[in-house]
Structures are given as structure tokens and as C-alpha cells.
Design a protein around this ligand. Structure first.
Ligand code: SF4
Ligand code: SF4
Length: 301
């Protein structure tokens, strides 16, 4: 199954303190609508079966979204849109926006919710968007971004009180959140495997990991290439056949960290993406892992 996070534009109408957007800049990037359609056709030929529209706030380009989602439907591609729900101040407005998207074939909406998002978007919008989905027959879930602090209890309670379907999503300490103070954690010795859906950025660069991967700037470990120079199929094939990526998918980050010499006692103090960054965004460690080849792949129970 080939799924892609499609970054149509980095433009957003709000500015969350935890956003992975790199820096405070007024500039934004966007793919031309015609080019985005060509890319979706290429993705269809390459066997992509799911596209998640993300990056900045996709609903800013609502009319473009209708066309892109409609094209995906024509090509039997499952579609999701990630949104902050700014467009749903009332249930009526929410239904007005979601009806046409449903007609175009939208499969799912992922509603971002957190103490940072909700400084700019009222809680009520999340309810309106979720109820609008229910009425329009669109699947939805709330992505509850949290640093697992007590401060977030009231946000989780809001979701529970309103019986919304939600999944906690750890803050990614990159971009604006890079300066956040990290709380000490102590995890289980879990595998930390990743499915690693690729991410297409508006500058047409593709990355093997859609989360923190595009912020590994020392080694550019997850950068697959650019669609100006390669086809969708070439970049996806690269993602699927890279031996280290496949170790992340099959062995998991924890086993790789152990192989690399990190003490078990230290491993359990890192968040998954932080451990990943230590391993793959440090040139010396990355070279050693690349050189290890089969020896690393045999480091399995
Ligand atoms: S986290 Fe999402 S909603 Fe918030 S500024 Fe970033 S792109 Fe916009
Ligand atoms: S652990 Fe690594 S591969 Fe997985 S989401 Fe985090 S940065 Fe991406």
C-alpha cells in the first residue's frame, strides 16, 4: 500500500507555538493547482492508494481542494484532509463546507486539537466540524496533540465530555517547538517501529518520513529527492528499498539504538523521534549504521 502526505501549501491562517513550521516567516510555498493534479495522476499510476492533504491549512484553498479530492476519487485514491477547523464557526457553516467535499468523494477529516491550536480556534469549531462530518457521512477523528502534561487534562476531558473520537499525538520537538523545554520521560523498552508514510513538500521534495523526518538537516537522511528530477515511482521505490528505512520499519528504532551502542538505561529516556534523530542525523553514527549492512539486519531476536 502506497500512502502519501501531500503538502499542498505551507500557508496557515494561524500560528501555533508548537508548529513544526521552520521559522517565523511570512513567506509560504504552494504547488500550482495544475501541477498538483499532474502529480496526483502520476501517484495514481505509481499505485498510490491514499493521500492525506496536509502541511499548512488545506482549507485555505477550499476550491482547489474540491478539485484535488474529486480527482483522487476518480482514480480510486482514499483521501484525508488535516485541518484546524477554522472554517467551522457554526454547525451550519460546517455542513455547507463539508457537503461539497463529500460529493467530491472525501473519505476522512483529521481535526487537529491542542492547547496551542485552541488559542486561535474556539473549541466549538472542533465540535461543529466533527458533527458536520457525522451529518455529511464523512469519517473523522480528532488528533489531540499533547506533551502529556496535566495542563492538557482539560482538553482531553472536553473531547471525552463531547464523545468525540480522538487519538493523542505527541508534540514533535521540531520547528517552533524545538525550543520547548522537554520533560524527562521514562518509556517502556518498546520496539518503536515506524510505518513511515512519505511526505511531499510544496517545493516538490519528497521525504521518507512525514513527521519529524524533514527536519533532519545535518544528514538529510529522510530526503528522497525532488519530483523535478525523479518520478513519483522512483522516489517511492527508493523509500521502500532503502535498507536502513526497512530496519526502522521492521526492527524498530530501539533495536537499532541498542546495536549502535546506546545503553538500554539511556534508550528508555528518549522519545522515539529524538532517538531517531540521534541515530540518523549524526553523520558519524549514520555512516557506521550504513556500513554495518547485514550485521545490523541480523540484530534481531
Ligand atoms: S500546527 Fe497546523 S494549524 Fe497550527 S500553525 Fe502549524 S499548520 Fe497551522
Ligand atoms: S521515529 Fe523517525 S521515522 Fe519514525 S516518525 Fe519519528 S522521525 Fe519519522
Amino acid at each position: 500500500m502506497r500512502n502519501i502526505a501531500f503538502g499542498y501549501s505551507t500557508r496557515c491562517n494561524i500560528k501555533c507555538a508548537h508548529c513544526v513550521a521552520p521559522k517565523d516567516t511570512l513567506d509560504f510555498q504552494k504547488i500550482e493547482l495544475a501541477r498538483a493534479k499532474e502529480i496526483i495522476l502520476d501517484m495514481s499510476i505509481a499505485g498510490v492508494t491514499g493521500i492525506s492533504f496536509t502541511a499548512g491549512e488545506p482549507f485555505i484553498y477550499y476550491n482547489d481542494l474540491l478539485e484535488l479530492v474529486g480527482l483522487c476519487k476518480e482514480k480510486s485514491i482514499y483521501t484525508r484532509i488535516v485541518t484546524n477547523s477554522f472554517w467551522a464557526p457554526t454547525l451550519e457553516k460546517s455542513k455547507q463546507m463539508l457537503g461539497p467535499l463529500k460529493q467530491c468523494g472525501l473519505s476522512q477529516l483529521r481535526l487537529s486539537f491542542s492547547r496551542w491550536h485552541q488559542q486561535n480556534v474556539p473549541h466549538q469549531n472542533i465540535l461543529n466540524a466533527a458533527h458536520g462530518c457525522m451529518e455529511a457521512g464523512i469519517d473523522y477523528f480528532v488528533s489531540f496533540v499533547t506533551d502529556f502534561s496535566e495542563e492538557d487534562d482539560q482538553y482531553e476531558q472536553f473531547l471525552r465530555d463531547n464523545k468525540l473520537k480522538f487519538f493523542p499525538e505527541p508534540v514533535i520537538y521540531a520547528g517552533r517547538a524545538d525550543s520547548f523545554a522537554r520533560k524527562a520521560i521514562f518509556t517502556d523498552y518498546q520496539n518503536n517501529q515506524c510505518t513511515m508514510n512519505p511526505y511531499l513538500a510544496p517545493d516538490l521534495s519528497m521525504y521518507a518520513c512525514c513527521d519529524a523526518g524533514s527536519h533532519f538537516n545535518n544528514t538529510k537522511f529522510f530526503h528522497l529527492g525532488n519530483l523535478q528530477d525523479h518520478s513519483v515511482d522512483q522516489l517511492l521505490t527508493k523509500s521502500e528499498t532503502d535498507p536502513l528505512y526497512n530496519c526502522i520499519r521492521s526492527m524498530g528504532i530501539t533495536a537499532i539504538a541498542s546495536f549502535a551502542g546506546i545503553k538500554a538505561r539511556d534508550i528508555v529516556t528518549f522519545r522515539k523521534c529524538e532517538l531517531c534523530k540521534i541515530l540518523f542525523d549524526t553523520p558519524e553514527t549514520l555512516s557506521a549504521l550504513q556500513a554495518a549492512g547485514k550485521e545490523l539486519q541480523r540484530w534481531a531476536r
